[in-house]
Design a protein around this ligand. Structure first.
Ligand SMILES: Cc1cc2nc3c(=O)[nH]c(=O)nc-3n(C[C@H](O)[C@H](O)[C@H](O)COP(=O)(O)O)c2cc1C
Length: 186
């Protein structure tokens, strides 16, 4: 199994990237080949139909995502919604050979408030559904008070949340494996 992780936060000390790294570690421990893509390192303009061709970085991202079995997205909530950078990438990919179509995706999020991205996640789920992705319904992981949610060694302080995250990752791998079985076509 191949797993790609995307963080919806571009900042270096991102709590979502920390949560993503934990999730990728769970996938690696389960035998998957994992990789994180850093949207902050990519030159991707705001989508416009007037831009004649997708930028090269987006083509690289698209090919990496087309090849993978599972996509993990950890994202913060900006103004109760999907951060613009992440939404822009999804908009771009939706008008290309869309790598989310028929692909298993698991989403989760960390915010530095009491609601833990609970308002953003249904919106992200809706956008991914439109892209044809199979988004794991549960467990829903909304990590609140992000600034206090990690130990200095970047582990989650709450072991229940950590277990839920592991369950989400393992379920996504199992579902992707099941979709590879002969006779399954979606
Ligand atoms: C533009 C902007 C909007 C934000 N809006 C929300 C919000 O609606 N809800 C929320 O819980 N936190 C909001 N936050 C705070 C984020 O939860 C906090 O910055 C969080 O740490 C971002 O995740 P990161 O650590 O992965 O960068 C906002 C932050 C920014 C920069």
């Amino acid at each position: 199994m191949d797993v790609i992780g995307i963080s919806g936060s571009l900042r270096k000390e991102s709590t979502n990237t920390k949560a993503l790294n934990i999730a990728l570690r769970f996938a690696r421990e389960a035998g998957a080949a994992v990789r994180a893509v850093d949207l902050g390192q990519m030159a991707i303009p705001i989508y416009s139909e007037d831009i004649p061709a997708p930028p090269p970085d987006l083509l690289i991202l698209q090919s990496v995502l087309l090849e993978t079995d599972v996509i993990l997205i950890a994202s913060p909530e900006y103004n109760h919604s999907i951060p613009g950078g992440l939404k822009n990438v999804l908009d771009w990919l939706s008008v290309m050979d869309n790598p989310f179509d028929g692909k298993v995706t698991a989403i989760f999020g960390v915010s530095n408030g009491p609601f833990g991205t609970v308002r953003m996640q249904p919106q992200l789920r809706q956008v991914l559904a439109n892209l044809g992705s199979i988004v794991l319904p549960k467990p829903q992981i909304c990590i609140r008070n992000g600034n206090e949610a990690f130990t200095p060694s970047e582990e989650l302080t709450d072991k229940n949340t950590e277990n839920h995250l592991k369950t989400l990752v393992l379920k996504s791998l199992k579902l992707a494996e099941a979709l590879k079985m002969p006779g399954i076509q979606i």
